[in-house]
Write a protein that binds this ligand. Structure first.
Ligand SMILES: [Zn+2]
Length: 90
């Protein structure tokens, strides 16, 4: 289980980060979904769309908050590699 580390400032509409809109961070808790080289990727599921790209959240609590289902929306997820490739390099 992943405990939500405090985004809980109760801002009315937290601005999603670029990583969130490109599916590289959980839209609910902000966890980075890109795996370090020595670790498996976190289990994330698609939960919605921003600008025609899928957005993702951690499977479970985050996904349920974001989409109403712990398994996210019923869509084939865009692969992490593709999401990383689409993300504009700073
Ligand atoms: Zn999360």
């Amino acid at each position: 289980m992943y405990s939500q580390h405090s985004i809980a400032g109760h801002r009315r509409s937290p601005r999603p980060t670029a990583e969130m809109t490109y599916g590289l961070a959980c839209t609910m808790c902000g966890r980075d979904l890109r795996a370090p080289a020595d670790k498996p990727a976190p289990d994330a599921v698609p939960v919605g769309h921003v600008e025609e790209r899928q957005t993702f959240a951690c499977r479970g609590v985050c996904a349920r908050l974001a989409s109403g289902s712990a398994d996210g929306i019923a869509e084939e997820p865009v692969s992490l590699e593709e999401r990383i490739a689409a993300f504009p390099k700073a």
